[in-house]
Each structure stands twice: as C-alpha cells, then as structure tokens.
Design a protein around this ligand. Structure first.
Ligand code: TRP
Length: 465
C-alpha cells in the first residue's frame, strides 16, 4: 500500500481509531504529560538558570518540538499502522522500516525502567492513603524530617521486594487499560484522567501562590538571567523537549494511526505542545514558591529527592498533610499512567499488526515479559547494583542511553524521512487534510521539518559526543 494523492489515511475503522476530537487531544496530551513535565522539568529549570531555561525550552518547543511532532503524526496517519508498518507502507522496498524498528525497541527499553518509577508513585500514593509515609514525623525538626524521608526513600528504592510489588501492580494497571483497546481503554481513560490532572494542578497552583514568599519563587522561575544561557543549557532544553513531548520513539506515529481523517494535525500538535508546556509552567509555579516559602535548599529539587523527599517534607508542614499528599501522588500517578500506556502501545500495536495477533494476545505478549525486565531495572538499585555498564547501574544506563542517543537518532530519521523521502504530496496532504484546510503555513512547516529540525537534532547529538 502506498498512501499518496488525496487519500490521507486515518479512519482505520472499528476499534483502531479515536472517536472524538477531545479523545485525540486527551490521549496525545496524556502521553506527553508525564514524569517529564511534572518532575523532571522543575529540576531542569532549577539547574539551568530558572527563567532562562524556561525561555529556551519554549523556543525549543516551537522550532523543534512542533515540527518533529507533525512529522511523526503525518507518518503515522499516512502509514496507517504501527511504527514499523507505517514506514513500510510509505516506503515499500526500502530499509526505512529499520527506523521504525529502532523506535519500537527503544520504546520497550524506556517502558522497562519508566514502569519502575511509575510503581514508586503508586507506592507513595498508597503510603499517603494509609498514613505510613508520615508516621513518626510529627514534631520532628525540618532537618530531622528530611533525614527521615530521605532514609525512607532510599530504603524503599534500594530494597528488593517492595518496589517489585508496586511495579507489578503498575504493569497490571497498564494491562487492564490496554486490553480494552483504543476507544474503550486508552481514549476513555484519558478523557477521565486528563481533566482530573488539570484540576489537581490548579488546586496546587492556587495554594502555592498564596504562600508567604511566593513572589520570590515566581521571580526565580520567570525572570530570565541571560548570563546563565550556555550551550549546555540549550542542549538540556532540547533534551527536555523530546522527553516531555513524547517524541522520537514512535509514540505519535502509533497514536496518529488512530486519528480520524478529520483531525487537524497542526492544531492538534500546537494544542498538545502548548498544554504540555502549560503543565510544566504550572509545576514551576507550584515548586518554586514552595521552595522559597519553606526555606528549602534549591538543590533538593534534583533527582528523586524532589518528589519523594522534598515534597513530603513540605506536605508534613501543611495542615491536612495526608490529604495534600494523596492529591499530589494521585496527580503524579495519573501523569505516569497515561504516559506508560502510550509507551507500551508502540510495541503492542507492532505485535498486533506485524504478527496478526488479537489485542489481548498482543498486550499479554508485550506486557508479561516486563514483569521480569522491569524487575531487573528495579533490582538495579538493590541486589543488582553491582552490575555496571559504563559505570552506571542498569536503570541509569538505560535512562541515559535512550535519552541521549536513541531518541535523537530516531527523531532524526523521522524528520529526514518525512521531509525528504515520504511520497511526494503525502506530507502536504497530512498537514492540510487533503487540501481541505489552509495551506498557507505548509511551506514554513516543511522547511522546519526538512532543515531546522535535522540541524538542531544533529547539534544535540554533537553535544552528547
Ligand atoms: N512524555 C512522557 C513524559 O514526559 C513519557 C516519556 C518519558 C517519553 N520519556 C520519554 C516519551 C522518552 C518518549 C521518549 O514522562
């Protein structure tokens, strides 16, 4: 099948399609908004000069994020299949499908460790509900409490059994949604959870803004200190763009194959990118005033500390600690769940299409091995800590390797293919829905996909070397 001409693909029919416009946005946004925007963003902003980082990140979203997203979406809807199948359909007899295969493999590597962190959030939610997280901290000084939460986190993450149980639960939760299929599973879950996520964020934002000393935090976050802008900061912002917009591993190729013909790719990609950025900005509005108001150390935003030590410490000082804690870990869990679902879907649709398996079989074939592979990642903080690759434990190696190398390479293939090799007219037809919407922006979009995005991605790769 070669999809050219007026046939813009989409509308795979039956269950292989999102039903409503809201569903398209909610599911795509659900994939993007994850630990990347909620947890990684504030830490990156803190380390890279606050407002300066925010500005560069915004620029990266516009010049790189949206074009790459459009390239992936066009490929997916035109190809009408999983990441490998879409390349095959659009360029039969070529080896471009290998780029899709790289996406499927890397999605699987990413999900294997992402699931572990998603499991941690589940455990922290549970411990907030039972109150175990806060037991014994009443009356402790800030320093003592920080030690308590720190020890608790380390003890938990580095132990063997407990994280395995929560990771297992998280995998089961994913299976539960994924077997229900595209409309009844992914779309319905996203339609319910994404509004909930925004409501929770809003509650926290309002609370944070009313804290004494909030202005100082907002100033740090919004006032750019241009002297902090370096190549390193720019490279980090580019990396954050990929991570937070779910680019580079075929997620959007997969999801766009479920988009109806009527979905407008440009407005969808702009909406999703802006809303994801809004979430990241809201997290900044929550975290920085809190840090200043509670006189916390800015460096405590880094790594696992922010969500598993610093925030519990803050909650413990607030009236109704347990409730705030439940709300926050629900927020984090929602963000993680909708993202894990999308990362898993890449390989599930691949198996479903390539090996002609039922939804149930494909889901089980891809998700069950995760019980073992994610366990290995989880144990790499505990019993398997001794196994080192380039000096990193298995978890950190996978994290670094996929983010620094595989994502940029995969994304580079996507934009080069969409800009230079996809059948003539196919890109235009995707962007303009077969000519039924304005083509004015098309030349600029094509220019960004053909030139700007590849050059920027090569720069990131050069930076990594
Ligand atoms: N975008 C999601 C997040 O921010 C999921 C995600 C994490 C992701 N890492 C990724 C998607 C890397 C693609 C590539 O959490």
């Amino acid at each position: 099948m070669q999809t050219t001409g007026k046939d813009i693909g989409g509308g795979a029919g039956s269950d292989g399609q999102f039903k409503t416009k809201l569903g398209v946005i909610a599911a795509t946004l659900g994939s993007a908004v994850g630990l990347g925007s909620i947890w990684r963003f504030p830490a990156e902003a803190q380390q890279n000069g606050g407002g300066a980082f925010l500005l560069i990140y915004l620029a990266c979203v516009v010049v790189l994020g949206i074009p790459v997203m459009l390239a992936e979406m066009s490929l997916g809807r035109a190809g009408g299949a999983d990441a490998v199948g879409s390349y095959r359909n659009l360029a039969p007899k070529s080896r471009w499908w290998l780029a899709g295969a790289l996406g499927v493999v890397s999605s699987y590597l990413i999900i294997s460790f992402y699931m572990v962190v998603a499991g941690w959030t589940l455990q922290y939610l549970w411990d907030s509900i039972t109150g175990a997280l806060y037991s014994g901290t009443a009356g402790e000084s800030m320093t003592a409490m920080e030690h308590t939460f720190h020890d608790r986190m380390e003890h938990y993450i580095c132990s063997d059994i407990d994280p395995l149980i929560s990771t297992g639960f998280m995998i089961l939760l994913n299976i539960g949604v994924l077997v229900m299929g595209v409309q009844k599973g992914i779309e319905r879950m996203s339609n319910i959870l994404m509004p909930l996520l925004f409501a929770l964020l809003l509650i926290f934002c309002i609370y944070a803004m009313t804290l004494p000393g909030a202005a100082q935090g907002l100033e740090f976050f919004f006032k750019p200190d241009f002297s902090k802008i370096t190549w390193g900061v720019a490279a980090n912002a580019l990396g954050q763009t990929f991570f937070s917009l779910s680019l580079g591993i075929g997620i959007l190729i997969t999801y766009a194959s479920y988009y109806p013909k009527s979905t407008k790719l440009v407005s969808t990609s702009v909406t999703v990118s802006l809303l994801t950025t809004l979430v990241a900005v809201m997290m900044g509005i929550i975290i920085f005033p809190t840090v200043f108001s509670f006189n916390l150390d800015l460096s405590s935003l880094r790594g696992t500390t922010l969500v598993f030590v610093t925030l519990p410490e803050v909650f413990a000082q607030m009236p109704g600690a347990q409730w705030w804690s439940i709300l926050f870990f629900t927020l984090l869990l929602v963000a993680a769940l909708t993202s894990t679902i999308s990362i898993s879907e890449v390989s599930i649709l691949f198996v479903q299409k390539r090996f002609k398996r039922s939804r149930l079989a494909a889901t089980l074939i891809m998700m069950c091995p995760l019980f073992v592979i994610s366990s290995i990642c989880s144990l790499s903080f505990g019993s398997l800590d001794g196994i080192r690759l380039f000096g990193l434990n298995i978890f950190n190696f996978l994290d670094t390797f996929t983010n620094n190398w595989v994502l940029p390479v995969c994304a580079l293939c996507t934009v080069v293919f969409a800009g230079w090799f996809m059948p003539h007219d196919a890109l235009r037809n995707q962007i303009t829905n077969g000519g039924s919407i304005s083509t004015r922006l098309y030349p600029a979009i094509r220019f960004f996909i053909r030139w700007v995005a590849p050059v920027l991605i090569l720069l990131i790769l050069a930076g990594s070397i």
